[in-house]
Design a protein around this ligand. Structure first.
Ligand SMILES: Nc1ncnc2c1ncn2[C@@H]1O[C@H](COP(=O)(O)OP(=O)(O)O)[C@@H](O)[C@H]1O
Ligand SMILES: [Mg+2]
Length: 347
């Protein structure tokens, strides 16, 4: 009997298109003798569709090849395992995982808690602090109505205006700093500020995407990534490096600029890459990860000091994405990686 595998893609986040590309690569590489595939597309406005072409996933404006699903729960109940190939909000943040859990369906990847912690940069930082994993110094702010609230490490809150915040950042972190909406992805809403004036503008910009905002000390160095796979017994891949074509790895640099490159394995000392692999597994366990994650780090120039940046619980999954490429470099082929992920599915 073939496994009835639901492949859910698209989604209500800014990464809808990336997800469609990931799902197409996955569809093409799944073993059709093992799996009966049920592709499901979620549009940007949250409508669920059965996707009718089993050879190629490509979404056009007219939504051809799709049929609206009128009973999502019933449709999902008919499946054996669900593979959510969704990036960003409402896909990588635990919300859809909650639905699968409610339906008692095994699904690929992280559970509700790990997904939401991994998606929320402020809470990821709190867990990493607790796990004693080195990371950039940061300041956590909330926006409430027209005001900003500084939340200290013990969760004490204090209203502050932007000038006071800029002074505090200058004192505690120095420049440059990165401003980030806490719940975001694909670098959206993220900026680098070199002085107080820029910082104030960037805080306002970040607050358009989320009421939780992080301000982080800027780390100068290499950007590297490590893939992990497993539930209790977790393996780490080799380390890969991102060579951003722009000053930092912005949306444009990630998806539009063809001069951004990846180098596998990264050209770093063995002790440094061993340390990164160890920390990748530690970070994954610290957030209670399951299945897969890609863990991103900086290696500081000159000092070679390792800083964790973030954990992505559903990283890009096209054939040329970092996650599968890192394991391919370890001798785990793309289709085998899919089989392993599906066999790790739990609920
Ligand atoms: N503290 C930092 N120091 C230096 N560069 C940073 C820092 N934080 C983020 N960046 C740059 O901004 C990019 C996007 O930030 P990141 O936290 O990875 O957000 P996203 O979840 O959107 O990928 C990173 O890939 C990196 O180029
Ligand atoms: Mg990132």
């Amino acid at each position: 009997m073939k496994v009835k595998l639901g492949l859910i893609f698209g989604g209500m986040s800014t990464e809808n298109e990336v997800s469609v590309m990931s799902a197409n690569s996955i569809l093409k590489n799944l073993d059709k003798d093992k799996y009966e595939i049920f592709p499901i597309y979620i549009s940007k406005d949250g409508v669920w569709f059965e996707y009718l072409n089993l050879d190629n996933i490509e979404i056009d404006k007219n939504l051809s090849n799709t049929k609206e699903l009128n009973n999502i729960v019933k449709y999902l109940q008919n499946l054996d395992i669900i593979f959510p190939v969704l990036h960003g909000l409402y896909g990588e943040d635990g919300t859809i995982q909650g639905l699968f859990k409610l339906l008692k369906k095994p699904y690929v990847g992280c559970g509700v808690l790990a997904s939401s912690v991994g998606m929320d940069k402020a809470y990821t930082k709190i867990i990493f602090d607790r796990a004693n994993i080195n990371q950039a110094q940061y300041i956590y702010l909330k926006k409430y109505k027209d005001k900003y609230i500084y939340v200290d490490k013990k969760f004490n809150e204090k209203y502050m205006d932007l000038d006071e915040i800029a002074d505090m950042v200058d004192r505690k972190l120095g420049f440059p700093v990165f401003t980030k909406p806490s719940n975001s992805g694909s670098s959206i809403g993220i900026n680098k500020a070199k002085n107080k004036e820029e910082l104030k503008e960037h805080i306002k910009h970040a607050s358009e995407f989320d009421n939780k905002i992080l301000i982080e000390e800027g780390i100068e160095g290499a950007e590297v990534e490590c893939a992990v796979l497993g539930n209790e017994e977790v393996i780490a891949s080799c380390v890969g490096e991102i060579k951003s074509a722009e000053e930092f790895y912005s949306y444009d640099s990630k998806y539009e600029n063809e001069n951004s490159r990846t180098i596998i394995p990264a050209d770093i000392d063995k002790e440094v890459s061993d340390e990164i692999k160890r920390l990748a597994v530690k970070a994954f366990k610290a957030i209670d990860g399951k299945g897969l994650s890609r863990v991103d780090f900086f290696v500081e120039k000159n000092s070679n000091k390792v800083y964790i940046n973030e954990i992505n619980t559903l990283p890009g999954f096209t054939k040329i994405s970092m996650y599968p490429k890192l394991f391919e470099a370890e001798g785990i082929k793309y289709n085998e990686l899919l089989d392993r992920l599906i066999s790790l599915a739990s609920n």
